[in-house]
Design a protein around this ligand. Structure first.
Ligand code: NI
Length: 199
């Protein structure tokens, strides 16, 4: 009797621990479903737009945001992700026009305001490219639970790469997190996922 009670309490403790961990907003890799820690994704930020002017989350109040992090030297993941976003928004038609896709660089050292601004124009007119100081980028990446790390690569003529997670975050007009999608999601699935929220 006593042993089973101990086992039972042990199970409860493990369950509570798991729930607490899920509540931290850590998004498991490859997760296709919405995170349990939704309220903990996003928040205030201060960055710079392509003109070098300061931009905060308040500048996008009332708009849906698709927030994507990367760097302009990224060989394939970032360009593919941005193209995917553009195509999905295009397929959404008029609802897609209510969404502002943000590309936030994780490489502020090389991605100046102008570099990021020029880069995003390759993927469509609606993109807003943002950069900032190393500290500002660290802050916004932490707010969105984005993993990134500088990796030296001797073979690359770019000198170094940024290893980074590749989620696309949908934020509501009130600035609150709504959903996230993996960068390798299909165009149709992203369009359908967005259509559930965007009007
Ligand atoms: Ni990338």
């Amino acid at each position: 009797m006593r042993i089973s009670a101990i086992v039972w309490i042990g199970c409860v403790l493990v369950a509570v621990g798991l729930l607490a961990w899920m509540g931290t907003g850590v998004i498991p890799d490859g997760g296709r479903t919405e995170s349990k820690g939704t309220a903990l994704v996003g928040g205030p930020f201060t960055l710079s737009n392509s003109a070098g002017k300061p931009v905060t989350e308040k500048d996008f109040a009332g708009k849906y945001l698709l927030v994507y992090f990367g760097f302009t030297h990224c060989p394939d993941i970032c360009p593919t992700g941005l193209l995917l976003i553009e195509n999905a928004l295009d397929q959404l038609g008029r609802a897609g026009d209510t969404v502002v896709p943000l590309f936030i660089t994780l490489d502020p050292e090389r991605d100046t305001a102008k570099v990021v601004g020029d880069y995003v124009t390759h993927f469509g007119d609606r993109f807003v490219g943002l950069t900032g100081t190393a500290e500002q980028i660290k802050q916004v990446a932490e707010a969105y639970k984005v993993y990134y790390r500088k990796v030296e690569e001797d073979s690359s003529n770019a000198g170094y790469m940024i290893d980074h997670s590749g989620y696309i975050y949908l934020m509501g007009p009130d600035g609150k997190y709504l959903a996230h999608f993996p960068h390798h999601i299909s165009e149709a699935a992203l369009k359908d996922g967005l259509a559930k929220f965007v009007r």
